[in-house]
Unconditional design. Structure first.
Length: 348
């Protein structure tokens, strides 16, 4: 299908689209009973992400239910360190667990050369989703590939898992800037290769998730969030000038304008704390804004959700815009509330 017939891609082409296209971060996930069934069959989360049969099914499930304007590859931001050879496990109630990277030797053990073969199942998933969208009558639905941004991925790699403040990572950035810079440089190269491979396999846009960008002070934010995103976007545009690149520097706050202007990003995801009136003032008019309903407003549903959604639609009208959440869907979300949200946005 022509790109012009896909509402999500039309927005990035500069065409006026209203009502705005809609998709939701983590739209494939534990809030859906059909996802829980596939997850149980897979046995563990890494198998779910790296078995094309399961990952294709998980990606398509929310499209079948809600006919979103975009599907996003079902995978995880830690597939890059996994592909580079860092150990990775997902433990119930604990989340991802990795051997912490703290030395030159630790970083030296990572292997870019092994990534190409390791990610082949994920690329098979991308190809399978493109086929599935066409075969199941969703030709107007775009496919988004994604990766974690270097800083956020580094947080998990250095820390050895999740954290409230990623103190070890931030300390390394200050105390051992050369070592931390080496890791960011490696991840930047790996991310370019990973996203390029997804595009070659059929992704029509790509998104860079920097979930923990907002924990950094301004100078570190510019060094470890802005500069890698700028480099990744520039490298991708050299080979794929028409493929939109979306950044999501979560909790960037007043630095959101700096991020967009410096990176040249095509679209920017806005978290739930971002005031859209402010964002419109500091984000260039050509840049697609994406967001930013609070996921817990979606859990609440009813008048509160409708009120928040109307406010976002009113603030965004007149700008290139994709409706989304300010972060991912949470597991306790009633599926019916998602259907009501899609209906409200489509009626705008």
């Amino acid at each position: 299908m022509d790109r012009a017939a896909k509402p999500f891609l039309q927005v990035f082409a500069g065409d006026p689209v209203w009502p705005p296209p809609i998709w939701l971060m983590r739209q494939a996930g534990r809030y859906l009973p059909e996802y829980r069934a596939v997850r149980a069959k897979a046995g563990n989360f890494i198998a779910l992400c790296t078995t094309p049969e399961f990952a294709v099914e998980a990606t398509l499930q929310p499209i079948r239910r809600y006919r979103f304007d975009a599907a996003i590859l079902f995978s995880d931001i830690l597939m890059v360190p996994w592909a580079l050879g860092q150990g990775l496990d997902y433990r119930e109630g604990e989340g991802p667990v990795l051997p912490p990277l703290r030395s030159v030797a630790d970083i030296g053990s990572l292997q870019l050369d092994r990534m190409e073969s390791a990610i082949q199942p994920i690329l098979q998933t991308v190809r399978g989703v493109r086929r599935g969208l066409a075969e199941e009558g969703f030709a107007a639905c775009s496919l988004i590939g994604f990766a974690g941004a270097p800083f956020t991925v580094a947080c998990y790699m250095v820390e050895g898992g999740g954290s409230r403040d990623f103190a070890a990572t931030r300390t390394m950035a200050y105390a051992e800037p050369s070592l931390f810079g080496q890791l960011i440089e490696l991840l930047t190269e790996a991310t370019v290769r990973y996203l390029s491979a997804q595009i070659d396999a059929g992704a029509e846009a790509v998104m860079l998730f920097d979930t923990w960008a907002g924990i950094l002070p301004p100078a570190q934010f510019r060094q470890h969030v802005v500069e890698p995103a700028k480099a990744i976007r520039s490298r991708l545009k050299q080979s794929y000038p028409k493929v939109p690149v979306i950044g999501f520097p979560r909790l960037a706050g007043v630095l959101i304008g700096d991020y967009v202007s410096a990176t040249g990003i095509d679209g920017v995801g806005l978290d739930s704390g971002m005031e859209l009136r402010f964002a419109k003032q500091v984000i260039p008019a050509r840049t697609v804004m994406q967001g930013n309903l609070d996921p817990l407003a979606l859990v609440a549903g009813g008048p509160a959700m409708r009120r928040e959604t109307d406010a976002i639609l009113g603030a965004a009208k007149g700008r290139p815009f994709v409706f989304n959440l300010g972060h991912g869907i949470v597991p306790q979300t009633p599926p019916g509330h998602v259907a009501e949200l899609v209906e409200q946005v489509r009626a705008a």
